[in-house]
Design a protein around this ligand. Sequence first.
Ligand code: UDP
Length: 312
Amino acid sequence: MERIVVTGGAGFLGSNLCRYLLERGDEVVALDNLVTGSEENIAELFGQPGFSFTNQDVSNHIWVPGPVDAIMHLASPASPVDFEKIPIQIMKVGGMGTHNCLGLARAKGAKFHLNSTSEVYGDPLVHPQPETYWGNVNPIGPRGVYDEAKRFAEAMTLAYHRKHQIDVRIVRTFNTYGPLMRPDDGRVVSNFITQALRGEALTIYGDGTQTRSFCYVTDQIEGQLALLDSSYVGPVNIGNDVEFTMLELAENVVDITNSSGGIVHLPLPEDDPTQRKPDLTVANRELGWHPKVPLREGLEKTTEYFASKLGI
Ligand code: UDP
């Protein structure tokens, strides 16, 4: 049993992670400033032995009394709609927040696990993306605030590893979806499913031929925990390597929900990556991990979650 700090513990990924850690017997100290996270996501965890939560903004100062074995730093708004609304907070949590978490890891002698992103590859010119690819990021575009904050976070993590011998892990998370996502987070899976459930047209940005590879949340968490428990320091892609166009995703959602709202095409956002798919060689080799849940099954479970959340 370990005592693990989870930043962003009330967010989509963080609150799913807290459940996994508690189930396997770890003690969890969840931190969140509730900017995009929600207490609803962790309501059922209050009162469970081994779980505690404090409302803290890790960009300012982190206060965690007692010993800590590991810090899993997930805190960050992660949706392109957040990039426009709260760009400075995103840069702060990726920059100062990561620095503070590394400082906490150093003070406690704890392992540090950074939740980084496939966005470090930007609009990739290499496909699929291996961890050795340095990326194609526009630093001054609207997505730059997130992409560069995470690139800074990775560099800072390895600086602490080299300079202070902190034991670190870096996961590059590819598009992840599932229960406990915000229905209004503006991302494609939540948009399509909530639109379909409400009988509205699904909003495809651009012609819909751009691709993503969607990872179901249980696969994502299992991959991240396999990395945490390993001794592998370098970045590891965790995602699903089955690639879909947004048109194919829309077809799947329409099929599952029997939606009759149709489809509407809207302009493609600036710097929207045209294709994205993880090369999972390192994850397979180092962690023996590979994703299990096919898109269709994951979408059905996510649809059930949104239907009950929205009361539809
Ligand atoms: N997208 C879309 N309709 C929407 C929301 C997003 O077609 O209502 C597209 C978006 O342009 C992008 C893809 O879906 O090409 C994935 O977008 P998302 O915001 O989910 O994640 P990210 O761009 O960060 O991968």
